[in-house]
Design a protein around this ligand. Sequence first.
Ligand code: NAD
Ligand code: 2HG
Length: 387
Amino acid sequence: MYKYHCLNPIADIGLNNFTEDYTKIETAEGADALLVRSAVMHDMEFDKNLKAIGRAGAGVNNIPLDTCAEQGIVVFNTPGANANGVKELVIAGMLLASRDIIGGINWVQENEEDGNILKDAEKAKKQFAGCEIEGKKLGVIGLGAIGVLVANAAVHLGMEVYGYDPYLSVDAAWRLSRNIHHAKTVDELYKDCDYITIHVPAMDSTKGMIDKNAIGLMKDGVVILNYARNVLVDEEAVVDALVSGHVKNYVTDFPTPIVAGVKGAIITPHLGASTEESEDNCAKMAVAEVRNYLENGNIQHSVNYPDCDMGVKGENTRITLLHHNVPNMIGQFTKILADDNMNIADMTNKSKGEYAYTMIDIDSDVTDSVIEDLTKVKDVLRVRVIR
Ligand SMILES: NC(=O)c1ccc[n+]([C@@H]2O[C@H](COP(=O)([O-])OP(=O)(O)OC[C@H]3O[C@@H](n4cnc5c(N)ncnc54)[C@H](O)[C@@H]3O)[C@@H](O)[C@H]2O)c1
Ligand SMILES: O=C(O)CC[C@@H](O)C(=O)O
């Protein structure tokens, strides 16, 4: 029997995929798995029983990944599951910045009592006129799940699209329209584009990426869109540029006290992934990943451990070991098993950065003393036996 707890609301369509072997509990205490969206987990103390965290979404900057890895907790995310939801909001953001749709809607609401509203609208409308996005240049920073969809959609809308991603994956390259221009430096993109949208994860290397210098390189009247994370942009610099008119609009999903209410800032309350489809996709994927790990030991889409798959657990006993990525771990594991006369039926080992994962199927049960010996091996972080 496994226990799970949800730190944020997770769509039922995903939770319903937990079988009768799972119980939902009301606190994190004693849980085998946590499911989370944007709840900040950096100050949480993790229960010794916690084995997995399923992030129903893409960004994992709310989770202490290294602390989790050190405590033998595998963190999963759901790559691409909410990308279309974000893409559609980014396109909406570009349109809201191009024409004063919000001003126009507000005008109608403010004049709802006016018996001549239809006639007066014809006079009022010129103050809300704008431009079209067709033919304009869009720069996309980060061509992952979201960036690729935004870039391709913008091509279909007739925009001239420039993409910048020095770490572009082969998968993303296959999905990217051939009409997208390759920006070799981000500065090139800053200098040329009318709209600039950022879709990179919040990491030490990307925080504050759009700073005063970057904005200084941009065209007058540029529109900056940020549906990724507030920390990617130096908001004080953006506010200065909005006030001076150098930046026409800052369109963002993150209403911080610095930008909220500033003229020219168009802000939504973190709505990128808030569609029925995205919430369902993320919940289903997160639950599937957590179940596969708890029941089979397989790791797919982890952000702190390597992906590793030995298929569905069969009759054999499966031992899984989370450990540091250092020499001679497998030698020590196999010696312990051999000394106890255990026969290895299958085995795999994968590493990612400082961490590694070993899965071993043995064709007998495993004794408590073997588990104890494996646990005692230096650099082993967690041993689990799936019977
Ligand atoms: N507003 C929302 O609700 C919402 C929803 C989903 C994701 N997000 C945010 O958007 C981010 C991107 O999501 P995704 O699903 O596209 O992630 P992803 O991992 O598929 O793509 C990120 C891309 O950024 C690239 N990248 C990394 N560093 C870079 C750099 N310095 N310069 C240029 N490119 C760089 C990577 O190579 C990768 O291709 C997430 O990390 C998350 O913070 C927000
Ligand atoms: O869960 C959400 O609503 C937002 C998720 C989003 O920020 C993400 O990084 O996937």
